[in-house]
Design a protein around this ligand. Structure first.
Ligand code: DGJ
Length: 710
């Protein structure tokens, strides 16, 4: 039909749709500028490889859905069959619709059919104004019998210059650990079979040029937006082709398309940057911030009571905690786990979503009134998908639990998973949550938790994760329609459900149950690769971290928690008045910097000394910035070298000073650096020469405020 060239921001996408089969992705990467239409065939030809000896007689074509019939011998993008037939396809292009209006997303819809396999395929491509690519396949069964689908995954080519991979793994309290390796021949597959996104989910799988960093290199990355079992992979073939892809992981028999039935893949988000990982985050953050439902009000400073009281719900103590919260400037008070029937510990009560009248004889009204009387918003913890076997709902409806016939899955935190796709279980959950939000209109926020993996998650005898994931999305969507003002946090034992599909219906994620500031620096840095700070919950925990036993002073904890949706998770009734005053100063600093932190461009510094980490947020108009320079440990070198402050306008001059109103970090030095602690310098100097930093003690952070003076 034609050759399509789409351009947005710094990204180009070129599709060759002239053949009879599915279009080929000729280029996804750097903006090519306005290529004249007459040059496009030459551009395509420039990318066609020679035919090598001992290979197919014509060059193989990596289409939008690589097929064996077109010579693709890599990981199949479509796998399925019709009782042993229709296991290989040869889609024919039916139609290609291009919408390319300046200032909006460019969209391409590709319609194709394989009459022999009796399948139809629609490929939906969107290149958004930030340059982010969104891809989805829809497959329809045109036959008169079922089609068993094993896998359908969008893939994209990446060029041979991408020789290194970066992805993330993790576990409870150590989410988002980076792993870096050569992009060697073979397939690097990251699979999540947790029935939720998973603590180990790689938020992004990045392929890049040798040595790429935060501020340099070309990078291509994909994110599989799905909150159930999923796969994300990078593949390099001996043929010279390299691809990135991702989709849903289906269990045997999980999706059988009835005649006329359709399956839609999760969205694959794909970002490119020629300015390293910070450029990639910029594309993603810009996309997320442009969503109509992206939080637009100031993110309320939160006090969550979990690490303050755990299950020890004493209304008088909680009311006193709310008083202290108001005193230090908190704006949202969240009552965590433990408020409902029988929930005095984690072994009972889950699923019985009625206020426990033994603990709360007058319901939650007195506490909600007390909290809202202070002008704070009230939030409530729920974990709708879960039940304790020791609960009324489980006793009454053991058949509502996801399981295989005859046995229950092994327990995890003494709980099982409700089959949300079971219409009665769904109706119960919707009814209870709706009733709570209706009875208590003061609830403005739900912390929606999910504290176990799905294991042997059978639904009517068949694998149930796919249906469960869709049912949970429906439940969230319905609640949001009924209670549009209520915000929702996605939590799953910390960062176990962080993905862009859950974030279409939630307002922030809980990055980790680890509030240790040292661990959090890494967790937040890598979570922030995908998400802008305002979507990531970051709390100041107790002096001694409950999950690592490490001790940090308030400055280190607060300066770490500053760079997100800020909050406190600490019994601030048990600390002294002086410490509460310091805490109030940190909260005030966050509020003052919040408009910048929650809208600006995130930068991370490629500093050569691994003991020194620096990151910041720069206003888009270059007028101001805030940077944090953290000393993680002692350094091998006496002085770790100047820290560069990237992202400022190179033509403007800036006043640099320590953040005002909060104590400065602890240092061990005989004299200050030559610039003292205040200076005025050009943006180009700050980015290229940088500043020698004071000799910070380990686990100390210096915060710098930077304001343009001209
Ligand atoms: C796990 C969450 O991540 C914690 O913050 C807390 O809400 C507990 N669950 C409560 O059970």
């Amino acid at each position: 039909m034609t050759i399509v060239h789409l351009r947005r921001a710094r990204t180009s996408l070129v599709l060759d749709a002239r053949g009879a089969g599915l279009p080929r992705v000729v280029h996804w990467g750097a903006d090519l500028g306005p290529v004249p239409a007459d040059d496009l065939p030459a551009l395509v030809d420039a990318t066609v490889p020679p035919v090598a000896p001992s290979s197919f007689d014509a060059p193989t074509v990596l289409s939008l859905l690589p097929e064996a019939g077109a010579g693709w011998s890599g990981r199949p993008a479509l796998s399925g069959h019709r009782d042993g037939t229709a296991w290989s396809t040869a889609f024919r292009l039916d139609d290609l619709v291009v919408e390319d209006t300046a200032g909006r997303s460019a969209r391409v819809t590709v319609l194709a059919r394989d009459p022999d396999a009796r399948l139809s395929l629609a490929v939906e491509i969107e290149l958004d104004p930030a340059g982010l690519l969104l891809l989805r396949h829809r497959l329809r069964n045109d036959g008169d019998g079922p089609y068993a689908l094993r896998e359908l995954t969008p893939v994209l080519p990446v060029p041979a210059v991408a020789t290194e991979l970066l992805d993330l793994t993790g576990r409870w309290c150590r989410e988002r650990s980076p792993q870096r390796h050569p992009f060697a021949t073979g397939t690097w597959v990251r699979e999540g079979r947790h029935g939720r996104t998973g603590h180990d989910a790689t938020l992004l799988l990045v392929a890049g040029t040798a040595g790429f960093g935060f501020g340099h290199g070309e990078v291509w990355a994909v994110h599989t937006a799905w909150s159930g079992d999923h796969v994300t992979f990078a593949e390099r073939r001996p043929t010279g082709d390299s691809t990135l892809g991702g989709g849903e992981l289906l269990a045997p028999g999980e999706v059988a398309l009835a005649p006329g039935g359709e399956y839609a893949t999760p969205l694959l988000y794909a970002g490119f940057s020629d300015t390293g990982l910070d450029g990639l985050s910029h594309v993603l953050h810009t996309h997320l911030r442009a969503r109509p439902h992206h939080p637009s009000t100031p993110r309320p400073v939160t006090l969550n009571v979990w690490e303050a009281v755990y299950f020890d719900h004493d209304p008088a103590r909680l009311a006193a905690l709310a008083d202290h919260a108001a005193e230090v400037g908190v704006e949202r008070f969240v009552l965590d786990d433990g408020w409902f029937s029988g929930r005095r510990h984690d072994r009972a009560g889950l699923g019985d979503w009625f206020v426990d009248t033994d603990v709360w004889p007058d319901g939650l009204h007195p506490l909600i009134d007390h909290v809202t009387g202070h002008g704070l918003q009230f939030g409530l913890w729920v974990e709708p998908e879960m039940v304790n076997p020791d609960s009324d709902v489980f006793r009454a409806h053991p058949d509502w639990v996801l399981s295989v016939p005859g046995r229950l899955p092994p327990q995890w935190r003494h709980q099982q998973v409700l089959d949300v796709a079971h219409p009665d279980a769904y109706a119960y959950l919707l009814g209870r949550l709706d009733a709570l939000l209706t009875e208590y209109p003061g609830i403005g926020y739900l912390k929606w938790d999910h504290n176990r993996d799905l294991t042997e998650a059978g639904h009517h005898g068949r694998p149930g994760v796919h249906e469960q994931t869709l049912a949970v999305y429906r439940l969230l969507d319905e609640l949001r329609v009924r209670h549009p003002g209520v915000e929702i946090e996605s939590c799953a034992s910390g960062g176990g459900r962080v993905d862009l599909e859950i974030l279409r219906r939630t307002d922030r994620v809980w990055a980790s149950d680890c509030n240790d500031a040292l661990e959090r620096l890494a967790i937040q840095r890598w979570t922030g690769l995908l998400l802008p700070p305002e979507l990531v919950g970051t709390h100041i925990g107790p002096e001694r971290s409950h999950t690592t036993h490490r001790v940090h002073d308030l400055g280190f904890r607060a300066s770490t928690a500053l760079f997100g949706h800020h909050g406190i998770e600490w019994d601030i009734g048990a600390i002294g008045a002086a410490e509460r005053r310091e805490l109030a100063a940190w909260v005030a600093l966050h509020k003052r910097l919040r408009p910048l932190l929650h809208s600006g461009r995130v930068v991370r510094v490629d500093h050569p000394d691994p003991a020194v980490w620096a990151h910041g947020v720069v206003a888009h108009d270059g007028s101001r910035a805030v940077y944090a320079v953290a000393r993680l440990a002692t350094s091998v070198a006496q002085v770790p070298g100047p820290v560069r402050l990237p992202g400022l306008d190179p033509r403007r001059r800036y006043a640099v000073r320590p953040a005002a109103g909060v104590p400065e970090p602890a240092v061990q030095q005989v004299t200050e650096p030559g610039w003292g602690s205040r200076t005025t310098l050009g943006g180009a100097v700050l980015a290229s020469v940088g500043l020698q930093m004071p000799a910070l003690h380990p686990e100390q952070t210096l915060l710098l405020e930077v304001d343009a003076v001209d």
